[in-house]
Design a protein around this ligand. Structure first.
Ligand SMILES: *Cc1c(COP(=O)(O)O)cnc(C)c1O
Length: 383
């Protein structure tokens, strides 16, 4: 695709084939009794909900979102099938949800609200109880689960699942705490079973790292987020995988490429400073490409004087401060650059590649955050 053929100054391309490839890798790993849930919260990890969801739904059995409004957005996109809302749904947000929209409930209050929704609308939203087994985030202490089961029965709220979430699988290659959490979750299951007169159909605990490293966390539903977009949850997860699989690879393919065009060329004489705060000074006669992307788009200000972009398949260092909507790259060594040329901020161009992980490391964060902060205003296209 030639940059000149596109109207926008910047855009994101998502590769449908890479997404399907990654999802199929997980699908193949799961046993036949385990459903695959594709997590598309946070605008599909910054990839674009509208672009990702139809392709994800073609492979995965479920889609997972954070909020009720994201669930409504999916329906607005014409996507049917089960959706799991994993975050808080306050009473004011309980509207226009269908009975294939499942909620994760973490409190007695949440069950009350869901019961009221049923009374008000006649729609029974299936509920998965979220047990906390040591993450101390969302979820009720496992000891309160029996009380919630009884409350649900009184309210006529249908419990179809029980779930939990791990604290630190991604953060370490020592998985003692994850195993302890798994043990706690497993010992809760017979309790739930005796309360409900049998185990509910959907038992789930996993995320990408858990599904990659601990097959015993799959139960009947695996919740896969970051890795469906082609990224390892962390270096530690990758290292654990390599140790376990004797160096064997798992070929995740990054789905997202972030592109822009060169908006202007700026000649800079030797010893002249560049940009706000004058944080970079040319030590030779230089040529800069002015690129219409900045921190408002998700290109963190912390990347100034640190990162690089690709132009003509070569690295151009980002020089000076990253502005709200503009950044500058030193293209002195790429003399063929002209206005309108395609710039790659994240992804591959020619033989080189800038990874999200590289940018996340410069900004002292993780690939998840960098992706999730890509502005929803950037146009997205499926290739
Ligand atoms: C975001 C999320 C996931 C997915 O985690 P990844 O590490 O991106 O795979 C799974 N479960 C819950 C509850 C989540 O909030």
């Amino acid at each position: 695709m030639r940059a000149e053929d596109r109207c926008p100054a910047q855009w994101i391309e998502v590769e449908a084939a890479a997404l399907s490839h990654n999802l199929e890798l997980f699908r193949e790993r799961l046993s036949s009794g385990t459903d695959l849930l594709a997590v598309v919260k946070a605008n599909a990890y910054g990839h674009g909900l509208a672009q990702i969801a139809p392709h994800a739904a073609a492979v995965a059995d479920w889609l997972g979102v954070h909020s009720a409004s994201e669930a409504r957005q999916l329906r607005g996109l014409g996507i049917g099938g089960p959706v799991l809302v994993m975050g808080l749904v306050p009473p004011a947000d309980l509207h226009d949800l269908d009975s294939d929209t499942h909620l994760l409930a973490s409190s007695a209050d949440a069950l009350e609200w869901i019961g009221e929704y049923r009374t008000r609308t006649g729609v029974s939203l299936p509920v998965h109880l979220k047990a906390d087994v040591g993450t101390k985030r969302q979820g009720v202490d496992a000891s309160q689960i029996p009380a919630l089961c009884r409350q649900a029965a009184r309210l006529g709220v249908e419990i179809v699942g029980v779930a939990t979430h791990f604290a630190n699988i991604e953060d370490t290659i020592e998985h003692d705490f994850a195993r302890l959490q798994l043990d706690r979750f497993c010992s809760l299951l017979p309790v739930v079973s005796s309360e409900l007169g049998g185990l509910p159909p959907f038992i789930h605990a996993s995320c990408s790292a858990a599904t990659l490293l601990f097959r015993e966390t799959d139960f009947t539903l695996a919740r896969v987020g970051i890795s469906m977009y082609g990224h390892w949850p962390s270096r530690e997860t990758r290292l654990s995988w390599i140790l376990e699989h004797d160096g064997g690879g798992l070929q995740l393919r990054p789905v997202l490429t972030w592109k822009a065009i060169v908006g202007q060329l700026q000649a800079v004489e030797r010893d002249a400073s560049v940009g706000y705060g004058r944080t970079w000074t040319a030590n030779r006669q230089s040529q800069l490409a002015v690129i219409p992307v900045g921190y408002a788009d998700g290109y963190s200000r912390a990347l100034g004087n640190r990162s690089r972009v690709l132009i003509h398949g070569r690295s151009a260092p980002v020089v000076g401060r990253v502005c709200m909507n503009i950044l500058m790259a030193d293209v002195t060594d790429i003399p063929e650059v002209s206005i309108g040329d395609e710039v790659v901020l994240i992804g591959r161009q020619g033989d080189d590649q800038v990874s999200v992980e590289e940018l996340a490391a410069f900004t002292d964060t993780i690939n998840y955050e960098f992706l999730a902060r890509l502005s929803p205003a950037i146009p997205r296209t499926v290739v």
